[in-house]
Design a protein. Structure first.
Length: 629
């Protein structure tokens, strides 16, 4: 029984749980959906089972469209994480339950029950109740019950998540053996990478409702296409360097550009992935050789014993200036850290001590496909040249990113007219056509902007506020305010466009939350070549707070310097909103970056109001970055 999903979509209020997922699973295949909590993997399973209905798309089982059929008409067996066996029934009654309601004769039920109990290793336990079984045994009962009526497909929703490590390992082996013996098409949902690698024929990686990548475990581990798969599957080191004369420049290190690497423009950022086991550590200098790529000297930062392996964190002295995407091991640190794993008892492994200087090299590395900032530009209806389009296009052009022009209409009959106008606006933009698309949605403007932002995995939303070039105003439009307060990603709000991005003011709070706006503002400054000024507004005269702020600004400056961003920092006392607005005007900044609590952690409502106040107090473009409390 094959499974085919075509454009499968499921929305809940203004969030998208599953976004246009298309996938084909072959008959007899054991396919794993791998993702974090909230990625949509369990929702996909429930859509296939018929427990919930999709908003769009199609589900086919063996070529038969079952999208709108009830669960009992789909021929799918379902196993939940929390067992869900009937506690008032014996093991035998649980396994036979589905057969009984299908009016299968008693002798046939008993025969099928005995076959399955033997298959899952529960022979002789047919008279026990749930409270007489271990967690692993209860899950075996649930599996036997799901298989009892010969389902066409088997759906497993994190079935081993509530069990201890040893039992999980045993049940994974059992599941693989049972699935291969029965050849039932199976989808397993999990967040455990080891589990996915061990049992699956193929793995699909999910992120925020999107099917990011599909492949065998080996392909996803060694040759991922996307940054998300590279950092989520298996873990590893991802450094951002630059293309230089056909080579990759990572700090002071030059690596050959692999022949099969995706095409990169001259001087474009290059993201390099290398797994910890491919980092070679030696006490003597390593020369370039076939299959060996020196990284220069490194310093041992820490070691963690993990049984047969020792995990080592190193500071790559020659890699300073190469921006690490993974691991992120020290905000504001001037160095680049990498992780390696060594066989604990291997005779060729050197004995290492903290702060010891060693020589590093790579056995292998992989270059990811190039990417840029992905921007959603909200365009008023009727579409026309406006500050959001002008400055948003400039941001995309300077960062080498991609963008979508989005207009929301109230009525379906307005869509063709608006689409034509939006297309004309797109073709007159300075951004090259392949990096800019136009889209029209119908409905409430705030809701549709937020939905598009999540569905498209955008990194920034650009939206205009009330006022015009002829009649500027410090008012704050309703849609802009709602998007700002409800969005879970950075929002750039403006009413007047700047002709360039040369100076950026980053307003930061001391401590962990302030690192978020520094990081995002620094990323934009790095990509646009802008200068950055870091500003902290002192709210008290406390000496302890002053020291914490000074330490935070030093870290921020080191971080920006590591990105190659020219920067300065200052502390000013005064009212928050007025001081930032005045400083933005005084320094003639092209962009102001501020942080505000993310909607889901909006404990400090006043801080969110402060962000809106700053947006309303200046005509400068203001980028509001969600940050944790």
């Amino acid at each position: 029984m094959s499974i085919r999903l075509v454009g499968l979509t499921k929305r809940f209020t203004d969030s998208v749980a599953v976004d246009r997922v298309s996938l084909e699973i072959q008959e007899g295949e054991l396919f794993t959906l791998l993702g974090t909590s909230g990625s949509g993997k369990s929702t996909i399973l429930r859509l296939i089972a018929g427990l919930i209905l999709p908003d769009d798309g199609r589900i086919e089982l063996n070529g038969r469209d079952v999208t709108m059929l009830p669960p009992q008409a789909r021929g799918a067996g379902f196993v939940f994480q929390n067992y869900s066996i009937f506690r008032h029934m014996t093991v035998a009654e649980n396994v036979e339950f589905g057969l009984r309601i299908r009016r299968v004769p008693a002798p046939d039920r008993r025969q099928r029950r005995e076959e399955l109990l033997d298959l899952v290793g529960l022979s002789g336990l047919q008279d026990r109740y749930a409270d007489q079984l271990s967690g692993g045994q209860q899950q075996r009962v649930a599996l036997a019950r799901a298989l009892a009526y010969h389902p066409d497909v088997l759906l497993l929703d994190e079935p081993f998540g509530a069990l201890d490590v040893q039992i999980r390992a045993q049940l994974r082996r059992s599941l693989k053996e049972i699935q291969q013996q029965l050849r039932v098409t199976t989808i397993l949902v999990t967040h455990d990478q080891e589990e996915a690698f061990e049992v699956a024929d193929r793995v699909g990686v999910l992120d925020r409702g999107h099917l990011v990548e599909v492949g065998t475990a080996e392909a996803l581990y060694h040759h991922p296409r996307t940054e998300f798969a590279a950092t989520f599957v298996g873990g590893g080191n991802v450094l951002v360097g630059w293309e230089e004369a056909g080579q990759i420049k990572l700090g002071q290190v030059l690596l050959p550009m692999p022949e099969d690497a995706p095409q990169h423009e001259p001087h474009a950022p290059v993201r390099v992935l290398f797994r910890p086991e491919n980092v070679l550590i030696q006490e003597r200098a390593l020369a370039a050789a076939s299959g060996l790529f020196p990284l220069g000297r490194g310093r041992v930062v820490r070691q963690v014993f993990a049984g047969p392996l020792t995990r080592v964190t190193l500071e790559g002295e020659g890699l300073e200036g190469a921006r690490p995407l993974a691991p992120m091991l020290g905000y504001g640190a001037p160095a680049t850290f990498i992780e390696a794993v060594l066989q604990t008892d291997a005779p060729s492994v050197p004995s290492l001590e903290s702060d010891q200087k060693v020589w590093l090299a790579l056995r292998d590395y992989h270059v990811l496909a190039p990417t840029g900032l992905k921007v959603l530009i909200a365009v008023d209806d009727p579409p026309s040249p406006q500050p959001a389009v002008e400055f948003g296009s400039l941001l995309v052009e300077k960062t080498g990113g991609v963008a979508t022009l989005l207009t929301v209409v109230a009525n379906e009959e307005d869509r063709p007219r608006t689409k034509d106008a939006l297309e004309k606006l797109r073709t007159t933009s300075p951004v090259a056509a392949p990096r800019l698309e136009a889209k029209v949605r119908r409905g409430d403007s705030t809701t549709e902007i937020l939905l598009e932002a999540q569905e498209g995995l955008y990194e920034v939303v650009v939206i205009g506020r009330r006022g015009s070039r002829q009649q500027p105003s410090l008012g704050f439009g309703t849609t802009a305010r709602r998007v700002l307060t409800r969005a879970h990603l950075p929002v750039l709000v403006l009413q007047t466009a700047r002709p360039h991005i040369g100076r950026i003011l980053i307003c930061t709070a001391a401590g962990e939350p302030g690192k978020v706006d520094i990081g995002f503002g620094g990323r934009i400054a790095h990509r646009t070549g802008a200068q950055a000024a870091v500003l902290h507004i002192a709210r008290t005269s406390s000496k302890e707070a002053a020291k914490r702020a000074e330490r935070h600004l030093r870290q921020a400056q080191r971080f920006l310097s590591s990105l190659g961003v020219e920067n300065e920092a200052s502390i000013i006392r005064g009212p928050l909103v007025e001081t930032i607005a005045n400083e933005a005007e005084r320094g003639d900044y092209d962009l102001v970056v501020i942080g505000a609590p993310a909607p889901q952690t909006r404990r400090n409502v006043r801080s969110r109001d402060h962000a809106a106040g700053i947006v309303g107090a200046t005509r400068r473009p203001v980028l509001v970055v969600p940050m944790p409390n």
